[in-house]
Design a protein around this ligand. Sequence first.
Ligand code: BGC
Length: 738
Amino acid sequence: MQVKRWPMALLLAMTTAGAHAGQNDFDIATNPFTASFPAAIADNGAHWRAEVLLKQLTLDEKLQLIHSKYQMSDVPNGGAGFIQGVPRLGIPDLNMVDSATGSGSTQLPSTTFPATIALAASWDRHLAYAFGAQIAKQLRAQGFGMGLGGGTNLAREARGGRMFEYLGEDPVLAGEMLASRTIATQNSKVIATIKHYVGNEQEHNRMGGNDTIDERTLRELYLLPFEIAARAGRPGNVMCSYNRINGTYACENPHVLTDVLKNEWGFQGQVQSDWGAAHSTAPAINAGLDEEEDVGPTVYLTPALVRQALQSHQITEARLDDMVRRKLYVMIRTGIMDDPPKAGGAIDFPAATAFTQAAEEQSLVLLKNDNAQLPLAAASLKRIAVIGGHADAAVITGGGSGDTRHPVTGAFAGCGGLTFGTSTGCNWWPNPWITLNVPIVKAIQQLAPTAQVSFAGNSDQQSPFRAYTQQEIDQATTLAAQSDVAIVVVTQPSGEDFGELQSLALSNPSNQDQLVEAVAKANPHTIVVIESGNPVLMPWKDQVQAIVEAWYPGEGGGQAIANVLFGKVNPSGKLPVTFPARDQDTPTWGQDGTFPNDPVYAEKLDMGYRWYDAKNITPLFEFGYGLSYTHFSYSGLSVRKAPDHTLIASFTVKNDGHMAGAEVPQVYLGVNYNGEPPKRLVGWHKVYLNPGEARQVNVVIPERFQSIWDTSGNKWKYVPGSAVYVGASSRDIRLQSR
Ligand code: BGC
């Protein structure tokens, strides 16, 4: 087997601009807190041009540029928002659309990429870059100049309804992956958005819950991915969220919008309200909101209301100019002003599907593999049973604005009741314009041409998530008993606006655990493939031989899953979230798992793996965990300190197994300071190694990642002399230095 590297065509698509922060083994520019940006020179021109344009705008035109005057149903090309341009000055219209996992246009065909939680599981900054570029290419071809993907709320709530749209539980992993995606999006001439700023970690009471978060926790956890992405990725757009933070709505919160984002981080782009997240005119504008999307009936930044606020001196003309200037500047800097996208561009759907497959192949996480059950050897298998999860027809996606939403993409009538506008949680076979996507069963048959591949499970096209009947379970176990190997596919649907999962137990269909247990009794070679956006509980973990987490795998997912099962691809994903053993073990479960209307972040810094480490709770599978078909050894850690406190951790990783593969060595820091958890992730690098090959890895740890937020001084404080750990996961620590 060959090392699974990027296909050449995909590499070319990444362009040389992929040489961004953190890409190299050893690259001092990994430090988003000290890096100086070459683009700054070009920026002066953009600022100057924005100023010249601003001076020529009438008041009416300025007011038009800060408010999307259309309802979503009226937005051209099925987008989500629209700002009308000023043709007499050459300012084009700006059409925007959701783009978490591909274009969310409700009218135009789009490719469905793996969920972004899968992207995080790849731990591959190159992939994050390519992911951003690929989606942006489709957005431009559809006429969209702004993408609304880029969610990076942290996975504090393991049952979070939108976790699939985010990048996991660690702020550095999430921030750096998002920075790469952001740079790629804007290099492709589409304005990137990072969202939902900030503290939008739950769906329950989503339009107004009040988070209580102390400043240190906010800085060290929930603001940090935004800070990294804002500094290193320089997005044009930050979307403020629905929730309140310590009593004040995010979209009228001067602390997070102006003090932190604009003043401290030097953010020069615009702040846009989530759809319906503005709650006032003057307070929001004065706090730092620059644009509102009109989703009616309550709107606050309409021309009439802003004009009134000006006349009554509740806002200044200077502040209005600042709002407009930011938009003009971003349009100029990203190239939209001079080269606006036009709808009707060609999209190479087969190439995009191939990309989604390659992306998913980097993201699948092998959780268990007893007795080297995987990879399967096709030649030795006569009968293969594939059971459940609609593996004969489709893979599942998350629902809501984070899904692709062309009305004809749904293979099924609904997704267990998860419908959102024209979206469903289930996609897209058969699909008229995509020829390359292959359901799991078909992909397996192609890889094992001499075996008989049979499917059993729920094939009800109307109600794909009803519980399995006893008859279906019996048929599945009979098939499993007659087969050499049984592959059970389980699914966990989730989506925006449906609240959280009630439990991490597989719920929809409700009796999937029973199905797995029954199959495992019938066949000692049972493999489980999970399609989910969240961690799942696995009461059957000890009864099966192998487990693969495939996330919501996107439209190339069927082939990618089969390729991993049969060893055409050596899995290399690592968990970006902790998989707990029980619901009760999660930091937000409390007494009985009820979701509070107003969440109190009482666990403070002990969130995600930090919680399990601090409380000494053994998870089912820890953050950073993932197996390979080969084995890697670690040696020779040395840690050097630069005069500016930057640490450079150097060590060697060797593939001492028999297959080519990729490893993600992770560097953690134990910061010895009151209130800090045992360790935090401060860097990583994904290395591709042939059998016997060794590579020195150098990870740069900026001073900031060694610092704590000092509440008394209201500033970051460097904490020297902490322990450095290098591991294959957050708990599989292989090297340590003090
Ligand atoms: C979601 C955003 C999305 C917007 C536009 C909102 O309900 O929270 O993430 O970008 O809708 O579709």
